[in-house]
Design a binder for this molecule. Structure first.
Ligand code: HEM
Length: 427
């Protein structure tokens, strides 16, 4: 039953105290500005000014004593969150022009180091790969794959084993495996030329993770019940085989569900975004689209659909895909890393357990590395004979680098190739 409160009623009829009723009564007076407003507002302003001065003094002192990396002034409470805008990777690149390729920002109460440009990122992820292989201890990271995710857990002996198992299961079903290639081809053929619906908005991160994880768990239970060690039907079987029936049982069986969730989850949003960009760029550049149609017509003909075997003869198509990855940099910043020990990059000291953002976009748009980086031009990836130039394609950074490099890169490239080739085929 709804309870109505009348602030003017006698105290024995009201659940409010006398002072509460007085405030309520005052609130109903026209033009009332609040008994407290005269005291609270100056107190709030004073607190903010105090915090600001304290922050500014600490910032100047730490900068002078070289206790902190260069970087923009961080506001109390929010840090630099308000400055990042809708495209943080562009802001990061702009800040790099002012503070250098290695600098520090603050988000909330976390200090974050941002790495930009080919040189600093290579130094960190390749030359100091172990020191940059950690993941931060974020609460959100523990919600994924029941807290046993290979992607979101920190660097440890167990993580290394887990990643190796995930990699080997994936390899067994990757482009090297002819059955998988056929499976992918069938998958795209059966979808015809449409892209299918793309679930692009995650309304509720936690619920979705739980929902997805429980869906995968059910599938794994079904796989376990019908498991036959002599027949590997799919990746779930391969993972069950290694983790539960392998010689050294290094991981508990709960890691099966987590690994399947990781591998299925990692490819969802990334692949659909890649495909959306491919379509957008084909529409934006009809001349390139016409060239690709002509090439596929010549190489594949009109009687069949393209397959992975055609790839070596479709260099311009691969060049178009690499240019899409470079130009859009659709995963502009990697998943946050964290340092596993103290480390020095470009002469700057970064302490252990620092959160690190790696700006892939800045590598793909570095004017020292790419001629006219703002122009979409697939031919930059072809040599004088029209073949794919591997030295140039290796310069694109979309799957990250080092110990945390994406393990689905090969499978992703095959899928994007097939999707685009079949989309453009006349059949
Ligand atoms: C075009 C598609 C894809 C792109 C652009 C992409 C990109 C990335 C990036 C940027 C990372 C983060 C690396 C880092 O933090 O430094 C990553 C991690 C990862 N990706 Fe992908 N990915 C793609 C598709 C896939 C697919 C299809 C799979 C699996 C079948 C996959 C599996 C993973 C896994 C397991 C990790 C975590 C690696 C780790 O933390 O050690 N990815 N990916």
């Amino acid at each position: 039953m709804q309870r109505h409160i009348d602030p003017t009623a006698p105290s024995n009829y009201s659940p409010l105290s006398q002072s509460q009723r007085r405030v309520r009564a005052n609130l109903s007076q026209p033009g009332y500005k609040g008994e407290w407003s005269g005291q609270v507002q100056p107190a709030l302003v004073a607190s903010f000014v105090f915090l600001f001065c304290l922050e500014a003094c600490l910032w100047v002192r730490n900068l002078r004593l070289k206790r902190r990396l260069p970087g923009p002034f961080a506001w109390p409470v929010v840090g630099n969150a308000m400055q990042l805008g809708q495209m943080p990777h562009i802001t990061f690149a702009k800040l790099a022009k002012k503070y250098g390729n290695v600098y520090q920002i603050r988000l909330g109460c976390s200090d974050i180091v941002v790495l930009n440009g080919d040189k600093a990122i290579h130094q960190a992820l390749i030359q100091h790969s172990r020191e940059f292989a950690g993941r931060p201890n974020f609460v959100s990271f523990q919600m994924i794959s029941g807290g046993r995710s290979v992607t979101f857990t920190n660097y440890s002996k167990q993580w290394k084993v887990h990643r190796k198992i995930a990699q080997s299961s994936l390899r067994a079903f990757s482009s090297a495996n002819s059955q998988t290639k056929k499976a992918f081809e069938q998958h795209y053929y059966s979808r015809g030329h449409g892209t299918g619906a793309v679930r692009s908005v995650y309304e509720n991160f936690k619920n979705l993770n739980e929902e997805f994880f429980s869906f995968v768990k059910d599938k794994v239970v079904q796989h376990r019940e019908s498991f036959n060690p002599d027949v590997t039907r799919d990746m779930s079987d391969a993972i069950i085989n290694v983790i539960e029936h392998g010689k050294d049982k290094v991981l508990e069986k709960e890691f099966v569900e987590a690994t399947v969730t990781d591998l299925v989850g990692a490819g969802q949003d990334t692949m659909s975004t890649a495909m959306q960009w491919i379509i957008l760029l084909l529409v934006k550049h009809p001349d390139i689209q016409a060239k690709l149609h002509e090439l596929i017509d010549k190489v594949v003909g009109q009687d069949r659909l393209p397959s992975t075997e055609d790839r070596s003869n479709l260099a311009y198509l691969d060049a178009f895909i690499y240019e899409t990855m470079r130009f859009t940099s659709f995963v502009p910043v990697t998943i946050p890393h964290s340092t596993t020990s103290d480390v020095t990059i470009e002469g700057l000291h970064i302490p252990k357990d620092t959160v690190v953002f790696i700006n892939q976009w800045s590598v793909n748009h570095d004017p020292l590395k790419w001629k006219d980086p703002h122009i979409f031009d697939p031919s930059r990836f072809l040599d004088e004979n029209g073949a794919l130039n591997k030295d140039v394609t290796n310069g694109v950074m979309i799957f990250s680098s080092g110990k945390r490099r994406c393990i689905g890169d090969q499978i992703a490239k095959v899928q994007v190739f097939l999707f685009t080739a079949i989309l453009l085929a006349p059949v």
